[in-house]
Design a binder for this molecule. Structure first.
Ligand SMILES: [Zn+2]
Length: 445
């Protein structure tokens, strides 16, 4: 039976007290995703078994699913009292990117705490959430708390290398695990920033840009480097790459951007203007880099390949372009890029998914309420993530994903900047805050 045992006062419950230890334990299992089957090892499977053991300790049954040797996913469903309601998914990936130990001031896989900060690879990306989910699930089990709707917890492998053995494999092969799920909460969002006027805002990711790979090939006439050549593919490609790299795509006021700007206007008491928007956003500090990347489509040249010898003009030249596009803009984007490149350049496209979840919904209202209950003066603003997460794979089976890992961090603490960075770290207090927010959310929604 659902019952309200939590008064909302400031008594630290066991879930809050144990969360840092759970995250630290996960950091100490180096589940590094090298992307190479030869070197990847079984870290993800060991982390997944750790999750199962901590759940079993409090009597929670989990399903452990290996997608390949050493690569594992875990799912645990807490049955709701009204199981016919739409289910809610919380998910985190268990893999991490490599860490170069000599760039760190502490060992990256030791899970050490210094001055209230938990250090280690995965502290923000995203063993923080993996551990918070464990703490929440264990807390609910210890309290014999039954939620209203089904709550599904999923820990995935392989997010850092395309999700092939993680959320993609799970949604293809074990779709039943997500039965009834309509919404999902995971990275990248929910972290606080302090605005220039001292007010705090939490950025909730409601959409994600799609990654598009464009491989450009220029073909021409090869020959001796000493002769006149009007059909040199290197020259043609270089011109096209230069034009594309210089091009600034038009500002697109997505509903996510509009809602963010409206919210910022209200909190800051300023009016944003389209022609000065980039400069105005720069005044927000470190977060402006992320927000500015959500204003428009982008196409960044990243790789060039041509030729084998200085005195030989090759007959082909290639470039790779990393493009990131806003929802609903694919056809117009392709047309615009082709016009910039001009004739004589072939393009091989690979399109990723964009996702868009509602900026307003009953669940969003509950997320806002849960944060406000813990941080009453704050603003909660939607934003469009310029990157991608496992939410994209879940979107393919109709699940609306949000970036919501609620973390209240000190002024100037740049959570976004610590993804994949040396000295990745998270304040222990922020983890406790996240547990309190989730506890409220899951007991209300
Ligand atoms: Zn991540």
């Amino acid at each position: 039976m659902a019952h309200e045992i939590f008064s909302g006062e400031s008594i630290a419950l066991e879930d809050e007290n144990e969360v840092a230890g759970l995250v630290a334990d996960l950091i100490r299992i180096p589940s590094v995703n090298t992307g190479n089957p030869e070197t990847i090892g079984d870290g993800e499977a060991r982390a997944a078994r750790y999750v199962c053991e901590r759940l079993a300790e409090v009597g929670l049954e989990a399903t452990y699913l290996e997608s390949a040797p050493g690569r594992a996913n875990v799912v645990c469903r807490l049955k709701g009292s009204e199981s016919a309601l739409e289910a809610l998914l919380l998910h985190a990936h268990l893999d991490v990117v490599p860490a170069k130990e000599d760039e760190w001031s502490v060992p990256p896989f030791a899970g050490e705490i210094h001055d209230g900060m938990l250090y280690g690879r995965g502290a923000v990306d995203m063993k923080n959430m993996a551990g918070m989910m464990l703490a929440i699930a264990r807390g609910m089990a210890r309290d014999h708390f039954q939620p209203k709707r089904d709550i599904v917890f999923a820990w995935f492998a392989d997010e850092e290398n395309g999700s092939v053995y993680g959320s993609e494999w799970m949604t293809k092969n074990h779709r039943d695990m997500f039965a009834g799920v309509t919404n999902a909460l995971s990275e990248v969002g929910g972290f606080s920033i302090t605005l220039p006027n001292g007010k705090r805002a939490y950025l909730l990711a409601t959409a994600e840009k799609g990654g598009v790979r464009a491989k450009l090939t220029a073909r021409g006439t090869g020959g001796h480097g000493a002769l006149i050549n009007d059909d040199n593919p290197v020259t043609r490609l270089a011109g096209a790459v230069y034009r594309l790299g210089q091009h600034r795509f038009a500002l697109q006021k997505t509903p996510h951007l509009q809602a963010l700007l409206d919210g910022l206007s209200e909190l800051l008491g300023v009016t944003f203007h389209d022609d000065t928007l980039d400069a105005q956003l720069d005044e927000l500090g470190f977060i402006s880099k992320t927000i500015r990347a959500s204003l428009r489509n982008t196409a960044n040249p990243t790789m060039l390949t041509a030729g084998v010898k200085r005195n030989v003009i090759p007959s082909t030249a290639e470039a790779q372009i990393d493009c990131r596009i806003l929802p609903g803009t694919q056809n117009a984007f392709v047309e615009e890029v082709l016009a910039i490149l001009g004739p004589g350049i072939d393009v091989d496209w690979t399109f990723g998914w964009t996702i868009e979840s509602p900026v307003k919904s009953p669940l969003v209202d509950e997320m806002v309420a849960a944060i406000l209950a813990e941080d009453p003066e704050a603003g909660i603003l939607p934003y469009l993530l310029p990157g991608g997460t496992d939410n994209k794979l879940l979107a393919k089976i109709g699940i609306k994903g949000y970036g919501f890992v609620p973390l209240k961090v000190p002024d100037g603490f740049d959570v976004w900047g610590l993804f994949h960075a040396p000295d990745e770290r998270i304040p222990v207090d922020a983890l406790k805050f996240g547990v309190r927010v989730f506890r409220r959310l899951l007991r209300r929604c």
